[in-house]
Write a protein that binds this ligand. Sequence first.
Ligand code: AG3
Length: 273
Amino acid sequence: MRLIENWFSERYSDNLQLSFRIKDQLLSIKTDYQRIDLFDTYDFGKLLSIDGTVQLTEKDEYIYHEMITMVPYYFNSKPSRVLIIGGGDGGAARRLVDLGIKNIINVEIDGNVVEVAKKYFPAISSSFKESAVKLIIGDGIKYIKESSDKFDRIIIDSTDPVGPAEGLFSQEFYNDIKSHLTTDGIVVTQSGSPYYQPTALAMAHKGMTEVFRDVKTYCAFIPTYPSGLWSFTMASPDRIVGRDESTVTGKYFNSDVLTGSFYLPEFVKNILK
Ligand code: AG3
């Protein structure tokens, strides 16, 4: 008998990688923008990887998607119009619909991500069937430059700041974003692993600080992302102030997390200085 073990690994550095034992590889395509792979893993269900980096797994996607949508939801005026840049899997839109938001525009650069999500992650991508969600396949940077719409929240659900997502971490982009936010609107971006990608976090935080009045970074535990500790950074042309309102509870998000995710370890605070 021959035993063949199959693994998918994401490399964090020359000396470290996280490996998932897989039952099967379901897909591998090269699109105009990136390489998309899909694996069926033992511990995390289906896993979507873009350019070799884990984007989401069935098992823990709720953490990232709740944290990128629900945290900014509870600050400043209650949002009714939301723009998502990236997010082609539909996970961020799903949570916004669940929060009762009726007007969501989702601009994803790579239509293949949407197609893959529709086929392999039907529960997550079900948001694209909702009348509240308008999906546009196009370049988010261009969309922001050309549209005159204003939004209460802009959610940047991007890949790491290399390749197609690089421009989504630039000060120039944040400037364009600012002109599309309502007076006390909030933009939020995923800002990487503070441990393995401190420059991504520093870039997002510094870029936003140059452009906005108030900037806040918060963290969450995401087991399938590099180091497990993940950061998000949000900013507003106005002050960022919590609303006095009871919160819904997610699978990760709750009222304690809403407060506690802003309490940062010292090494993370140092990245923001
Ligand atoms: N987008 C952010 C994923 C970044 C993960 N980075 C990594 N594994 N190196 C998530 C997309 C989910 N909608």
